[in-house]
Design a protein around this ligand. Structure first.
Ligand SMILES: *Cc1c(COP(=O)(O)O)cnc(C)c1O
Length: 396
């Protein structure tokens, strides 16, 4: 048998087994969304699986901006940005992002995944070295592999490890360090002051993935530099337009020269179509709403405290999370599936994350709290988690 077919069969068998056990939670269609509540399979459930950290999905100003763009320009652009695909909206969106991030300029791509793939592979090549935290997002890993640069990693958030990697790098080749600002499985924050200092000392360029940082970190939600009070620490701010920002797409913000370089070299920008007008308009309006409605960030930060504090009080292991991404450690994969099942039966929409996405033995529920949750929502959820935790044996 062709080994490709074997691979396909094995994965299908694994999925069928999980389905038969009634423990398959993926690809569930959400029929309705309203604030923190969703309807799935006809059941109304409290959503702890959303990345809409500031609850901006459905915001009237953002919807109106998208509708206006749709009416004016239609549903697509028919072209790549560099040839005939650029609308005034795309340039305005890039200017808005640059202003929001405090940089000269920005480049927008058609997804966050593609942004990492295209940016890393445009910056480094065969003779260079790219240095990553072990827990970086898959899209960064894929960008490193595509680039064909020497790909080295250091232990998660281990600054001595990073320094050793920098010392080992040939000073005559290109050196790029890429880290997540907030790690998407653990919810902890990179030690930016130290990463930035080391990058300066060893003359490495620093790119930080702020997918879970914009709208989340910093007193006004401007991201990890604001969180640490370190403006200018990062050379390239990568972000997505699909999490806090309720649209689709990704971006890099930075100095003028590097953005101009990317707009002419990054293959997913040069050879792939521009964002649809409605999505570009929605993204632009979203950054404006974050700055206008500052109470949303405060509400999110209050909810993080309530939720994380409540889980810890009840004895759950939440690793080092200090953000809206909260891992509720269950142990073996099976226990995480059981825990998700129990929570869903009690109307909490939360999903398990198992190996190989996370290390074996650290299977978990990945619960995201957002600004859309009320205090009552959080209290209700904490009770459900506690009951389920005792039944399944996650809590003693
Ligand atoms: C979600 C995510 C991405 C990819 O963004 P998309 O816009 O969904 O493609 C990249 N990096 C991190 C850390 C993410 O969590």
């Amino acid at each position: 048998m062709n080994p490709i077919q074997k691979r396909i069969d094995e994965m299908n068998e694994r999925i069928a087994g999980i389905r038969e056990a009634g423990l398959y939670f993926y690809l569930q269609p959400l029929e309705e969304m309203e604030g923190a509540w969703v309807v799935t399979n006809g059941r109304r459930m409290l959503n702890f699986a959303s990345y809409s950290y500031l609850g901006l999905l459905g915001h009237p100003k953002i919807g109106a901006a998208a509708k206006e763009a749709l009416e004016r320009y239609g549903t697509g652009t028919h072209g790549v940005r560099i040839l005939a695909g650029t609308l005034p909206l795309h340039n305005e969106l890039e200017q808005t992002i640059a202003r929001f991030k405090g940089t000269d300029d920005a480049i927008v791509y058609s997804s966050g995944y593609v942004t990492n793939l295209a940016t890393v592979s445009a910056l480094v090549g065969r003779n260079d070295v790219v240095i990553c935290d072990k827990f970086n997002h898959a899209s960064i890993v894929d960008g490193c592999l595509l680039s064909q640069a020497k790909f080295v990693r250091f232990r998660h958030n281990d600054m001595d490890g990073l320094e050793r990697r920098l010392q080992q790098a040939d000073p005559d080749v290109g050196r790029l360090v890429v880290v997540d600002a907030v790690f998407s499985m653990d919810g902890d924050i990179i030690n930016l002051p130290e990463v930035s200092r080391l990058c300066r000392e060893y003359d490495a360029m620093l790119m930080v993935d702020e997918a879970h940082s914009v709208g989340v970190l910093g007193e006004t939600g401007h991201g990890i530099e604001e969180h640490f009070g370190l403006h200018g620490a990062i050379d390239l701010h990568m972000g997505t337009l699909s999490k806090t920002i309720p649209s689709v797409g990704g971006y890099v913000a930075g100095k003028q020269d590097v953005i101009t370089y990317l707009k002419h070299v990054a293959r997913a920008f040069v050879f792939s179509a521009a964002l649809p007008p409605a999505q570009a308009a929605a993204a632009k309006a979203s950054f404006e709403v974050i700055e206008e409605e500052t109470e949303r960030v405060k509400l999110l930060q209050r909810n993080v405290e309530l939720f994380l504090g409540g889980l810890k009080e009840r004895g759950f292991d939440t690793l080092d999370s200090e953000t809206p991404i909260v891992p509720i450690i269950c142990g073996e994969d099976e226990r995480a599936y059981q825990m998700a099942k129990r929570c869903q039966e009690e109307d909490i929409f939360v999903l398990p994350v198992v190996s190989p996405a996370v290390p074996a033995g650290l299977a978990r529920l990945r619960a995201n709290v957002t600004a859309a949750h009320t205090e009552e929502d959080i209290a209700f959820a904490l009770d459900v988690f506690e009951r389920a935790g005792r039944e399944v044996g996650v809590l003693k």
